[in-house]
Design a protein around this ligand. Structure first.
Ligand code: CTP
Ligand code: MG
Length: 222
């Protein structure tokens, strides 16, 4: 197996409310982009990295990524950014596994990358999940409608690993609507997606408070 990593870094980070796109927002003095690049580069299985950067920010992304990473212009949805990165891989058929990771998750570990890749031995895709601990309800117009059983519900993280041809096929058949993760496109065409244990510390940076939480988690790591 030869693994390519796609780093999704083309989002604007609107909910973060920063002047620069999320990939360039700093956590403890370093841009988020560098955290994911470091983890990817310390994962021995990964042979090649493609970064989907926001339009107009490709140069900044290249400067941070340095040599050995391909930077492509992302799309206006996450799904389109993945498609753009996959196009950057068309002349690398030797890379038969693709791992998609969001720059918004700077604290994912090398072990998590390894575990999703390993789970492909009997699946077309593999995703990290953590249990839902909150009670879930459906609400409409400020009124509670009902309670949603949560025993089979999970929260999904990245990195997500895929057999290359499965991911390309899933994207090729995808409708124009935006899937918030790549596994959804495989599920839709009946491919096998495995769930592996995610990491509680692998939080997603969405709101400004998440940066403080990530900084706290980092300072309490061994
Ligand atoms: N992403 C992307 N291309 C897009 C939209 C999102 O590559 N057109 C990436 C983001 O960079 C992020 C991941 O997909 O790593 C998840 O998206 P999200 O957390 O929503 O980040 P943003 O879209 O940047 O944030 P917001 O929705 O608040 O603008
Ligand atoms: Mg977004």
């Amino acid at each position: 197996m030869s693994v390519a990593a796609i780093l999704l870094a083309a989002g604007r980070g609107e909910r973060l409310g920063s002047e620069v796109p999320k990939a360039f927002v700093e956590l403890d003095g370093r841009p988020l982009l560098l955290y994911s690049l470091d983890v990817i580069r310390s994962t021995p299985a990964v042979a090649f990295v493609v970064v989907a950067a926001p339009a107009g920010w490709e140069g900044r992304a290249s400067a941070l990524a340095g040599q050995g990473a391909l930077v492509v212009t992302g799309g206006d949805t996450r799904q389109r950014s993945v498609a753009a990165a996959l196009e950057g891989l068309v002349d690398r058929p030797d890379l038969d596994v693709v791992v998609c990771h969001d720059v918004a998750r700077p604290l994912a570990s090398t072990g998590l990358f390894e575990s999703v890749v390993k789970a492909l031995s009997d699946a077309d895709g593999a995703i990290p999940v953590v249990p839902v601990v909150d009670t879930l309800k459906r609400v409409e117009g400020g009124r509670v409608l009902d309670t949603v059983p949560r025993d089979r519900l999970v929260r999904v993280q990245t990195p997500q690993a895929f057999r290359g041809e499965a991911l390309v096929r899933a994207h090729g058949g995808a409708a124009s609507e935006d899937a918030t993760d790549d596994a959804a496109l495989l599920e839709r065409i009946g491919l096998r997606v495995a769930a592996v244990h995610g990491e509680h510390g692998n939080i997603k940076i969405t709101e400004p408070e998440d940066l403080q939480l990530a900084s706290f988690l980092r300072s309490h790591r061994g």
